[in-house]
Structures are given as structure tokens and as C-alpha cells.
Write a protein of this length. Structure first.
Ligand SMILES: [Zn+2]
Length: 115
């Protein structure tokens, strides 16, 4: 992968990271709202805690995405981006455009998924 392609993916990943960080911030603020409105409110406690669980799940998933993005960014720094971790082959640019955090080529991913 050439330097221009690498920097394109770097920008893509940084933009993705920023989007997630913003949404985590929003989630946290919403979480805060729940705590404050809960006091003296007639909101059903069960449904309220269910909603809070959903928020936690969301941020866990987002945290995982952030880790994946950081790994991909590190790979760009090391000029190792776009190399399949399994077979050492190249991951297609089309696949990386769709999933910039992909660490496996489509063949290895398919093999892994079918296991
Ligand atoms: Zn592979």
C-alpha cells in the first residue's frame, strides 16, 4: 500500500474514532440525565435500569471499536496496515474501505467465520 493510500485510511480511522468518542460523550451525558431525573420521578425502575444496561452495552461495543481503530492506526505507523494477520497476504483496498479495522483478508475471515 502506498503512502497516499495509508494517509487516506489514517484520516478515515481518525474520523471514525472521533465519531465514537463524541457518541460516548453523549451516552455518558444521557446516563447522567437518568440519574438526576430518577430522583423523585415516577419512572418505572425496571425499564429504567434496562435502558441503562443498553447504554452500557453500547459503550462496551464502542470501546472495542476504539481499540480496533488504535490497532489499525498503529499498523499504519508501522507500515503494516492492510496485511492479513493469518496468511500474511494483502487485504484488498475494497475490503479495507468497507472495514478499515479488518485484520484478516476476505479468505481468512470467511474461513474463520465458517468455523
Ligand atoms: Zn489471509
Amino acid at each position: 500500500m502506498n503512502a497516499k493510500e495509508l494517509s487516506t485510511f489514517k484520516e478515515l480511522l481518525l474520523a471514525k474514532k472521533e465519531t465514537i468518542l463524541k457518541s460516548i460523550k453523549n451516552t455518558k451525558e444521557e446516563g447522567k440525565d437518568y440519574t438526576t431525573t430518577e430522583v423523585g420521578d415516577s419512572v418505572d425502575i425496571a425499564s429504567n435500569s434496562y435502558e441503562r444496561e443498553v447504554l452500557f452495552e453500547l459503550s462496551d461495543n464502542e470501546r472495542k471499536q476504539l481499540v480496533d481503530i488504535d490497532i489499525a492506526l498503529k499498523k499504519i505507523e508501522d507500515k503494516d496496515f492492510g496485511t492479513c494477520e493469518d496468511c500474511g497476504g494483502k487485504i484488498s483496498v475494497e475490503r479495507l474501505e468497507a472495514v478499515p479495522t479488518a485484520t484478516l483478508c476476505i479468505n481468512c475471515q470467511t474461513k474463520k467465520d465458517s468455523k
